[in-house]
Design a protein around this ligand. Structure first.
Ligand SMILES: Cc1cc2nc3c(=O)[nH]c(=O)nc-3n(C[C@H](O)[C@H](O)[C@H](O)COP(=O)(O)OP(=O)(O)OC[C@H]3O[C@@H](n4cnc5c(N)ncnc54)[C@H](O)[C@@H]3O)c2cc1C
Ligand code: SF4
Length: 478
């Protein structure tokens, strides 16, 4: 009986796939978790309590049918597990690797809430789809029938690619424009290989290329081609450009050499892992080797920077964050990984300025305490007077978050509606903007968010665009 194989959380403890030892993994950019063995994946899946109201599913942005694919995995029906999993997720093996599961599915698992330790949902999801790729169960995308309508997608990140997948399966002619030389957006150039190895992303892009999606790379919309020209060439347009404007520290000395932006730093490192020539890395500017590194920020981008610096051979890596550990925005799992690899966290500390003149040699640190809660209920950091000190640093990485660029201005489309935060205004369900036939998804709508939300938006926008094309065809036929 299948049910006998489930509900084993009482007798079987939670186990993640084996983590490579910190002293080994800190020297390379390979993923840190080894693959589950088949028996281990089945065992861990069998811990699911198959509860009537699966909170994991409700808190997964894609509403993945998690209990069903766990049951299939536990009972050895892996191919069916894969079919169920891929029905709601365009890139399950990517989400399984990089979703912050502790805040989403796993954080809301009922057996986690009852103190038994969550089912390791993300690791099983990754295992299922990696196995599907190995066994040839991931089939090429074959459009049902070719259609004449075309859609232009600006931005080849997860939002744009998820929409491209939906539209191409329906036979629509899809062209994806991106300013970078490789597709994938932050999956390719932001997120480091130790969280997401690049062949995993490139395999998906090859799948879309083989399906007939046209990629126009090295093409910056607004410079190499106008937004209006793209609109003129296609029946509908999807904007999926992400958010890239950096929040910079404004403090004495902040323009000095050696103070760099997180994404420049991570992109250079990711490019090196592709074997590219990167002059700013090769001349040492964006290489942490032999340096005392200070990363400023407490989010996931900061975690990626500190762990990259360790792998590049920094002599010391410190992370300055103005609140404490309990109040940091980054994932606790990633923070623990960073600590194991040798990163030192300096909590309740903020930069006041930089020393060294034209070339940074230190960060002036002011110590903070948590004061009264602000309007959101979060305690505001307050400066402790007289406790400043200088933290020596040869490389300072600013990782304070991202904001949207002013697209209406940059693209000369002042009529494109934006919110007061500068993100594009789009309908929550259809993702339509105020311009007919123009849709928008992912970070450029939500602000800096998550891959899984970009995938959800992209899938939904793809379906809405199909409706729009059908309506336009019906009107034209009248
Ligand atoms: C360092 C870092 C680590 C992260 N780690 C995680 C993680 O572990 N888990 C997670 O879920 N999320 C993570 N995120 C967030 C996640 O990467 C984003 O939420 C997600 O990639 C957003 O997808 P998107 O498709 O909206 O945009 P993006 O992935 O940013 O893609 C946008 C694409 O648009 C292109 N583009 C922009 N402007 C133009 C233009 N004018 N013309 C042509 N092309 C253009 C860009 O080149 C890019 O390729 C991380 C983010 C960063 C910065
Ligand atoms: S997509 Fe993300 S949130 Fe949803 S089940 Fe997978 S790992 Fe969990």
């Amino acid at each position: 009986m299948a049910t006998e194989k489930m509900l084993r959380f009482v007798s079987l403890g939670k186990e993640m796939p084996e983590k490579r030892p910190a002293d080994l993994r800190a020297h390379d950019f390979h993923e840190i978790y080894r693959e589950f063995a088949e028996v281990k994946a089945a065992d861990q899946a069998s811990r699911c309590s198959q509860c009537g109201v699966p909170y994991c599913q409700a808190h997964c942005p894609l509403h993945n049918n998690i209990p069903d694919w766990l049951r299939m995995t536990a009972t050895g029906r892996l191919q069916e597990a894969y079919e169920i999993s891929q029905a709601t997720n365009t890139f399950p093996e990517i989400c399984g690797r990089i979703c912050p599961q502790d805040r989403l599915c796993e954080g809301n698992c009922v057996i986690e809430q009852s103190g038994h330790g969550t089912v390791t949902i993300g690791a099983v999801e990754k295992y299922i789809t990696d196995t599907a790729w190995e066994n040839g169960w991931v089939k090429p995308i074959r459009p049902v029938a070719e259609r004449t309508e075309s859609v232009g997608i600006i931005g080849a990140g997860p939002g744009g690619l998820a929409a491209a997948d939906v539209l191409r399966r329906a036979g629509v002619q899809v062209t994806v424009y991106d300013r970078y030389d490789r597709a994938g957006g932050l999956l390719t150039y932001g997120i480091p290989g130790f969280k997401l190895e690049k062949p995993v992303v490139m395999r998906r892009i090859a799948q879309l290329e083989e399906a007939g999606v046209t990629f126009v790379m090295n093409c910056k919309v607004g410079e190499d081609i106008s937004f209006d020209a793209i609109r003129g060439q296609h029946d509908a347009v999807l904007i999926a450009t992400g958010v890239y404007k950096v929040r910079e520290i404004e403090a004495p000395g902040s323009g000095a050499k050696g103070i760099v932006k997180a994404l420049d730093y991570l992109t250079a490192s990711n490019r090196k892992s592709f074997g590219d020539e990167v002059p700013e890395f090769d001349n040492g500017d964006l290489d942490a080797k032999g340096k005392r590194v200070v990363v400023i920020g407490g989010g996931d981008t900061a975690m990626d920077c500190v762990r990259t610096a360790i792998r590049q051979g920094a002599v010391s890596v410190k992370c300055l964050y103005r609140r404490d550990r309990a109040n940091m925005p980054g994932s606790q799992r990633e923070t623990q990984n960073a600590e194991e690899e040798g990163v030192e966290f300096v909590w309740l500390s903020a930069p006041k300025g930089f020393t060294g003149g034209t070339e940074v040699d230190g960060v002036m640190v002011q110590k903070m305490r948590l004061g009264a809660p602000d309007a959101t209920g979060r305690q505001s950091p307050e400066v402790i007077e007289g406790a400043d000190y200088i933290e020596p640093a040869d490389l300072v990485v600013q990782a304070l978050g991202f904001e949207p660029e002013d697209l209406p201005k940059l693209w000369g489309v002042e009529e494109l509606g934006v919110t007061r935060w500068g993100t594009i205004k789009a309908d929550f369900q259809t993702h339509a903007t105020n311009l007919p036939g123009v849709y928008a998804v992912g970070d450029i709508v939500r602000g800096a968010s998550l891959v899984v939300w970009a995938i959800r938006d992209g899938r939904e926008a793809g379906a809405s665009i199909l409706d729009w094309l059908a309506q336009s065809a019906a009107v034209a036929a009248q």
